[in-house]
Design a protein around this ligand. Structure first.
Ligand SMILES: [Zn+2]
Ligand SMILES: [Zn+2]
Length: 132
């Protein structure tokens, strides 16, 4: 005859399965006795500072994820190409806009100085001259 011992099995209120009563533990988050499986199972962490999408203007009908992606990519490209370095006509310098703090300063594209933003000290992105 099979004998599973004296073990009393109890039903877990969390998952509905039964497990040895002696292994039940008080779960601080569920505030109830749960089976070992539930006890070990990581409850989904509540992240108060979940990354939120920046508020955006109402979207036109027909706007989908792909458009959104394309817009982001385009924006990024534009930012990198137009707002980081801007040549100053008649000057060996270029206008550099720090991508971190948006501070604008003169950048010597030949000597490659300054190598970091004078305002926030973040490294200046690599300058590639568009002039041939
Ligand atoms: Zn359970
Ligand atoms: Zn900066």
């Amino acid at each position: 005859m099979m004998n599973f011992g004296q073990e009393v099995r109890a039903k877990c209120k969390k998952c509905g399965k039964d497990a040895p009563a002696s292994e039940f533990k008080m779960h601080y988050e569920y505030r109830m006795m749960v089976c070992p499986t539930c006890f070990k199972g990581q409850p989904k962490p509540v992240v108060p500072n979940a990354p939120k999408e920046e508020p955006v203007a109402p979207k036109a009908p027909g706007w989908d994820k792909e458009d959104e992606y394309l817009e982001k990519v385009t924006k990024k490209k534009q930012e990198q190409q137009t707002s980081t370095f801007q040549s100053i006509p008649g000057s060996p310098y270029v206008q550099c806009k720090c991508i971190h703090c948006k501070y604008t300063f003169k950048y010597d594209g030949i000597r490659k100085t300054p190598s970091s933003c004078p305002y926030c000290n973040n490294p200046v992105p690599k300058y590639t001259s568009k002039q041939f």
